[in-house]
Design a protein around this ligand. Structure first.
Ligand code: ADP
Length: 173
C-alpha cells in the first residue's frame, strides 16, 4: 500500500506516532521553539541521550539526524535533525533542508518506524521561507516513498496557521 501523508495543526509533542522529529540545533543540547517544547514535554531522558551522542560523535551538522528515546512523550522515539539557517539561499540551504528530511526518514526506516511526525523544520528561528520549505518537505517525502514504502504514515504537524495554510494548499490541490 502507498504510504499516507497527513496534515495536522497543533503541538507535535502531543502526537502519538512511533517517532516525532525535532528541529534541533547542531549542539543537540536544546534550544527554543519546537526543540524546547520537546525537551520540556519529554523530560530529561532525551537530553541525557543527546549528551551521550554528542560525547561519541560531537555536534550534528545541518542536514544530519540522530535518534533518541522519546522519554515521557507519547512517541517512542525522537529523531533530532538540524535544518539549515536561511542565509538568502546561496549557502545550499535547499539541499540541506531536503537532507534533513531524507536523513530523518532513513533513520526511521532503520529503526522499523511506521509512523513519523515532522514539524516545519527551519521555518521558525532559522527563517527559511515557509512556502519553499513546505515544497521541499513534501517533495522529499514523496521521493522517499518511491524508494521505500516501509514507512506507512508521515504527518506534517503545523504549529502556526501560515504553515498550515501552505501545506493544505500543497497537499490538496
Ligand atoms: P528552526 O530553528 O528549525 O527554525 P523552530 O523551532 O524555531 O526551529 O521552528 C520550526 C517550526 O516549528 C516553526 O514553524 C514553528 O512554528 C514550529 N513549532 C514551534 N513549536 C512547535 C510545537 N510545539 N509543535 C510543532 N511545531 C512547533
Amino acid at each position: 500500500m502507498m504510504p499516507i501523508i497527513q496534515l495536522v495543526r497543533g503541538d507535535i509533542t502531543t502526537i502519538h506516532a512511533d517517532a516525532i522529529v525535532n528541529a534541533a540545533n547542531s549542539s543537540l543540547l536544546g534550544g527554543g521553539g519546537v526543540d524546547g517544547a520537546i525537551h520540556r514535554a519529554g523530560g530529561p531522558a532525551i537530553l541525557e541521550a543527546c549528551r551521550a551522542i554528542r560525547a561519541k560523535q560531537g555536534s550534528c551538522a545541518a542536514g544530519e539526524a540522530v535518534i533518541t528515546t522519546g522519554g515521557k512523550l507519547p512517541a517512542r522515539y525522537v529523531i533530532h535533525t538540524v535544518g539549515p539557517v536561511w542565509n538568502g539561499g546561496s549557502k545550499n540551504e535547499e539541499q540541506l533542508l531536503a537532507n534533513a528530511y531524507r536523513n530523518s526518514l532513513k533513520l526511521a526506516l532503520e529503526h522499523g518506524i511506521k509512523t513519523i511526525a515532522f514539524p516545519n523544520i527551519s521555518t521558525g528561528i532559522y527563517h527559511f521561507p515557509k512556502q519553499r520549505a513546505a515544497a521541499i518537505a513534501v517533495e522529499t517525502v514523496q521521493q522517499f516513498f518511491a524508494y521505500s514504502t516501509a514507512i506507512e504514515q508521515v504527518l506534517f504537524v503545523c504549529f502556526d496557521e501560515e504553515n498550515y495554510n501552505i501545506y493544505q494548499k500543497l497537499l490538496h490541490t
